[in-house]
Design a protein around this ligand. Sequence first.
Ligand code: URA
Length: 240
Amino acid sequence: MRINKYIASAGVCSRRKADELIINGQVKINGRVLKEPGYDVMDGDEVSVAGRIVEPKKTHTYVLLNKPVGVITSVKDDKGRMTVIDLLRENPDIADEASRLFPVGRLDYDTSGVLLLTDDGELTYRLTHPKHEFPKTYQALVRGVVSREKELRLVRGVDIGGFVTSKAKVKTLKVKGNSSLVEIAIHEGKNRQVRKMFEAVGNPVVELKRVSFGEIRIGRLKEGAFRKLTKKELDYLMRV
Ligand code: URA
């Protein structure tokens, strides 16, 4: 198994982060600093990361959190804001495992909704790699009405500042007063992408919530609450 995959399977970090650790000389094979990023780990090799021996884990934890607004999608924060890991640590049902988990992708501080957390770096790599085009669905409360013409622009792709978005699915669910609830499914993950897309067509986002991550739906999970993935959901993710 390639070294970056081996480290990710051990739950240390994602494959990409593992590559950085190798470049920084933090990875040793049988006591020697590894110089070859493409190294294939052989039976009997002892792999250590930052001085700690690591081995691929046989079981992993997969948690679905309904992230509330005002919590950051990160393991730690320099500014002392509450992170999704701090939030899980407050819950006795997951507190012990929380420190080992990391978020799969990100949601803005001011966005709520489905966030997967795991210690499976290998799955994280697959789900966040652009080539897999993993779909995510959001409900956006926006200012004004998104006309048919604007919907089509969002569907076909809009310029969000040096980047033209790929095909999206867009559907207005409700128009109330001077705001609309619009569902949008995208498979990219540019910074504040959904907000920038609606901004580009002149309907700024007032509230944003992610309602599904691939086929995994938020359902009735309350904001701030979490649950473990079901076997069916996990089987689905493994097939992605
Ligand atoms: N798009 C956004 O604008 N924000 C998110 O948190 C996710 C997608």
